[in-house]
Design a protein around this ligand. Structure first.
Ligand code: AP5
Length: 222
């Protein structure tokens, strides 16, 4: 039988650790990581009209309108590497209409991972987050400090990573998350994200491995 590619969605509040876990999932399972936030930041960097419009919404911690986001994600999902290796969708869908855009194309995940992190920790994670513009790696001044002085000196901060903005982002998250969850309840896998990134990954690894194991059993039985 032909190998079936795995389809994974990961959701959670701002700074719950989605990007951090995606890096670990990608390394172990070889899925193509598609981050809606990264696609939008790349669009902003081109200086396009869509990028400018997206930035206005992101600065207010609001969802960027569907006509910009949905197209971007759909186009990425249609590329051949995705069909071959499977996908890991991060930060999409964030509303029922975004989820329905995928449903209409017959696109459903094998698993919907929901990272659960307490609000107090989220603010600390946001304000301490730093990014390496050279490697794209995510750091945290306290929890994942840079390996050396050279990296440390080039780290940058995201424009929406302030305490004030994360509160707006969090509000938007809570306004929308329930409607998305309701659609994927049957494949939902909740993970406690309050613990170290290694412990969080151990849980996710168990969940994904169980799905793959189950598919192998079904395949060999048919
Ligand atoms: P997006 O870029 O997706 O941001 P977000 O959802 O707010 O999530 P983050 O990227 O901030 O956090 P994360 O969960 O990836 O955490 P990370 O691993 O970095 O979206 C930004 C904006 O774009 C939105 O506000 C919206 O405007 C727009 N947008 C995006 N998608 C959209 C869509 N579908 N529709 C419309 N608009 C959209 O971790 C955070 C920090 O914590 C890091 O420093 C990390 O090192 C640290 N950390 C991680 N895990 C742990 C751990 N277990 N213990 C200790 N520290 C940890």
């Amino acid at each position: 039988a032909q190998k079936k590619s795995l389809k994974v969605m990961i959701a959670g509040a701002p700074a719950s650790g989605k990007g951090t876990q995606c890096e670990l999932i990608k390394n172990k399972f070889g899925l193509v990581h598609i981050s809606a936030g990264d696609l939008l930041r790349a669009e902003i960097a081109t200086g396009s009209e869509n990028g400018k419009k997206a930035k206005e919404f992101m600065e207010k911690g609001m969802l960027v309108p569907d006509e910009i986001v949905v197209m971007m994600v759909k186009e990425r999902l249609m590329k051949p590497d995705v069909e071959q290796n499977g996908w890991l969708l991060d930060g999409y869908p964030r509303s029922l209409s975004q989820a329905m855009a995928l449903e209409n194309l017959g696109i459903r995940p094998d698993v919907f991972i929901l990272l659960e992190v307490s609000d107090e920790l989220l603010v600390e994670r946001v304000v301490g987050r730093r990014l390496d513009p050279v490697t794209g790696k995510i750091y945290h001044l306290k929890y994942s400090p840079p390996e050396n002085e050279e990296i440390s000196s080039r780290l940058t901060q995201r424009f929406d990573d302030t305490e004030e903005k994360v509160k707006l982002r969090l509000k938007t998250h809570y306004q929308n998350v329930e409607s998305v969850i309701s659609l994927y309840e049957s494949v939902m896998f909740k993970v406690n994200g309050d613990v170290s990134k290694e412990e969080v990954f151990a849980e996710i690894d168990k969940g994904i491995s169980a799905i793959l194991e189950n598919e192998r059993t079904v395949d060999s039985a048919s």
